[in-house]
Each structure stands twice: as C-alpha cells, then as structure tokens.
Design a protein around this ligand. Structure first.
Ligand code: UGA
Length: 440
C-alpha cells in the first residue's frame, strides 16, 4: 500500500479552497497556495472568502489540526508536497471567446523551478484541449528534478454542493502518461476510490475534453428546454409540464430541464465559448457550431424576461419601482459572474426603473459589479412599494413567499417568475398579474 502523499493546492478560489479543505477531511496533509495575500490571510483566519454551504464548518474543524496550512510561498509548497493540484481560474478573455490561460501558465512556471524531487503536478483547471501537453513541456524545461510528471484531473464540482461533490464525486478522470502518475493519483484519491467512485484512466486530451463536453451537454440541455419554452409561449403550452413529461423518460431525465432565465456563472457560459474558440483552431468549428445557438437561446431568455416585465408595466419601466429577487447566478451561491439575474436587474435599471435588489447572500458581490442598483437587507424591504416583482434566482425564501401575505407590501400586484418556481394559480387567485417564461 502506497503511503499517503502530502498535497499542495495551488489557487484557493472556489475550486482550490474546497479541494484543499476536503482533502484534509479525507485524511491528507495539505498546503494551500495563492498569490493573493488577502485570500491567504482570510483562510488563515478561518474565513472562507466566498459563500459555500458546509465549507466554513469543515475549515473550522481542521484549522488547528496541523494538517492544513496556507501560504503565498511556492517554495514552501514544493518542499512540503508530493502531489501538487493546480486549481487556478481560466476566465473568458476580455472581448473574445477563448479562455485566458495566464493564471494556469503562471502557476506552472512559478512552481516548476522549485520542484527538486520527483513529484506529480495535477492540472484541475478547465482548459482547452492541448493545454496539458504545453504544461508538460513547461515542467520538462523548468523543473530541476528528474521524473517530475504531469496528470490532468478535471473537476466537476457544482457551486452550492462543492463539499459533497468533492468528498463523493460521481467519477474521477485521470489523464496520465505513465503508470507511476496513475499510481500517485490513485494514492491521492485513495479514500474516494475505496468508497466505490468509478475511475476513468485516459490520455491528456480526453481528460481535458471530458470537462468541456460535460459542461457543453449541461448547457445544451438547459437551452433545449428554454427553446421549448419559446415554442410553448407561441402555442399556449406549459414548459414545466412538458419537462416533467419528457423527463420521465429515463433516457432524457428530468434534471437540468428547468426552463427559465437560463444559465450563468463562472463555468457554463465561458466554457462553451472557449470550446467554440478551440474547435475553430482545431478546424472542427462545425462540430460544435450548435453551441452558438445554445448561447443565443440562453441570452434570449434575458431579453424575454425584460419583455414580460414591460407587458405588466404597460410598456415602460421609467419611473417605476421594481423589486428584483436574487442576484446570484443560482441559489446557494454568492457568485454573480455572468449572472442572468444581475444582468436583467441592470437592464431594468438602464430602462429608467428604480431597481431594489435583495439576495440572501450575494448583495455584497453584486454591489461590486452593479453599484448603481439599490440593495436592501430583506425580502420585505425589497417588496415594499414595488410596481413589479421579478423573481430571478430561485432561493428557497422566494419560493416560500405567500402571495396573500406579500400583496399588502407592494404597490401593484405584478410578478414575473423568471425561474418557474411559483404556482401560478395561487398567485392569480390572490389577485396578482403573473407572468412566466414558457407558461401560460
Ligand atoms: C457547473 C457544472 O454543473 C459542474 O459540474 C462543473 O464542475 C462546474 O460548472 C464547473 O465547470 O466548475 P455550476 O456553474 O456551479 O456548475 O452551476 P450549475 O449548477 O451547473 O448551474 C449553472 C447554471 O444553470 C445556473 O445559472 C442555473 O441557474 C442554470 N440552470 C441549471 C438552469 O437554468 N436550469 C437547470 O435546469 C439547471
């Protein structure tokens, strides 16, 4: 039985911080590394610098165990660890579809010169196919020790369920070039593998593609049901019942068939665009051209949501007060990257409405992105005096709203259900004008 390797996690954002803390929970000694001093100071003080259910409790549990520490010093990490996980971000390039690989390259180039003994470096970041081979070259050129190897191990965690997804993933994918690399990875995930998680051992290109293919499929599934929502609107059909009915077919499945305002966040939108860009470079543009439609259908839902609000306000947002419920790209997250909710809120503001936003967790992150909007600390404050209510992120608190009780707070009983989570009859019976995407 191989000894448990000591691990480093480079990049302590959503992915890295979760991976570091969860690997300690699984029994490993871990050092977390980031160039951002503020993030490291926060983690050292026991504070997770973003909202992720369950993660603060796990950090607190292991803070003083001696098994987890954080540093800004790559040399310290190289000295300590046998396996290094690269978990830095790959955002969309400004004004382009392609992924920005600056952080990945920088992490490899900074780490490599410190690798003075045989080690495995594991890429976890979502990257365009072909990146791993380039990073392997960087290690060959810059690492002083012999036998420093690369593996690619894509990550599938969902924000809001990141702890669960890391401790009990659906599958593990190991892109490797040697048996030694595979054995190192098997040792680094031993507790997860022992609990029965399937492992797919493959080459670099397949490992890289598994991740973008999975996210492309999920995005396509969402845009498929949203395309059906457009057809439902033209025919008077109900997309939620349509989704239930087709979802009973086990080959289709009901998950990720929730029609509404569409997908956002730091992953799905930028991953499909980066895939389109990379496929173009590879000469297989046509193979993924449908992803352009997926993106467009998704963005059209935002425009349609604005129209529904406009209908309820008799043609103009100007001078009205609009309560926007939700700013995060999905519930149980404070992430507003490419958030459909915040995008619509800002557009309503630009059309002359007084927009009052409430999100249970994302008010602060949203304020940084859209400082021109008004943020309030409670649902009731947001609703008070509203001419129109727009439910744009399906937090449980919003789903639980009692249409009778909240009607006394608003000025006019108009509601757009941007996530199809309310029961239309209940709202209409309570006197509301109710509109939703893909539903009569
Ligand atoms: C996504 C993938 O689900 C993860 O497997 C992947 O690891 C991650 O990206 C990543 O690449 O790191 P995440 O961005 O956290 O995870 O969010 P999802 O739960 O996938 O939701 C994405 C968006 O789709 C949200 O805006 C959500 O509101 C929307 N959505 C989801 C729908 O509009 N309808 C649905 O039926 C499901």
């Amino acid at each position: 039985m191989t000894q448990r390797p000591r691990l480093s996690v480079i990049g302590t954002g959503y992915l890295g911080a979760t991976h570091a803390v969860c690997m300690v929970e699984l029994g490993f000694e871990v050092i977390g590394v980031d160039v951002d001093h503020a993030k490291i100071d926060s983690l050292r003080a026991g504070r997770i610098p973003f909202f992720e259910p369950g993660l603060p409790e796990l950090l607190a549990k292991h803070m003083n165990s001696g098994a987890l520490r954080f540093t800004t010093d790559y040399a310290e990490a190289a000295e300590f660890a046998d396996v290094h996980f690269i978990c830095v971000g790959t955002p969309q390039k400004q004004g382009q579809y392609a992924a920005d690989l600056t952080y990945v390259e920088s992490a490899f180039r900074t780490l490599a010169p410190h690798l003075k003994r045989r080690t495995l470096v594991v890429g976890k970041s979502t990257v365009p196919a072909g990146t791993a081979v380039q990073m392997e070259q960087v290690l060959t050129e810059l690492a002083p020790a012999d036998g420093v190897e690369l593996a690619w191990n894509p990550e599938f965690l969902r924000e809001g369920f990141a702890v669960e997804d890391t401790l009990r993933p659906d599958r593990l994918v190991f892109g490797v070039h040697s048996d030694w690399a595979e054995q190192q990875l098997r040792a680094a995930f031993a507790p997860v593998i022992e609990s029965g998680t399937p492992v797919i051992v493959t080459d670099f290109a397949t490992a890289e593609l598994v991740k973008v293919a999975a996210n492309s499929f999920l995005a396509t599934k969402i845009s498929f049901i949203n395309a059906m929502a457009e057809v439902c609107e033209a025919t008077g059909a109900d997309v939620t019942q349509l989704a239930d009915a087709i979802g009973h077919d086990a080959r289709i499945g009901r998950r990720f068939l929730n029609a509404g305002l569409g997908f956002g966040g730091g992953c799905l939108p930028k991953d499909i665009r980066a895939f389109i860009a990379r496929a173009g470079e590879l000469g297989v543009d046509q193979a993924v051209s449908f992803l352009r439609d997926v993106d467009e259908i998704n963005l059209r839902r935002r425009a349609r949501t604005l129209e529904l609000g406009l209908d309820l306000l008799d043609g103009s947002y100007r001078g009205t007060r609009v309560a926007v419920l939700g700013a995060a790209f999905k519930p149980n997250s404070d992430d507003v990257r490419d958030s459909p909710a915040l995008d619509v809120a800002a557009a309503v503001g630009r059309r002359g409405a007084d927009v009052v936003v409430f999100d249970p967790e994302a008010n602060e992150t949203a304020r940084k992105h859209a400082p021109e909007l008004n943020y309030v600390g409670s649902l009731n404050e947001a609703l008070t005096g509203a001419d129109l209510v727009m439910l744009l992120t399906e937090w449980q608190e919003f789903r639980n709203m009692d249409p009778q009780a909240v009607s006394s707070l608003v000025r006019h009983q108009n509601i757009v259900d941007g996530r199809n989570v309310l029961v239309p009859a209940q709202w209409r019976d309570a006197g509301w004008h109710y509109r939703a995407l893909g539903r009569p």
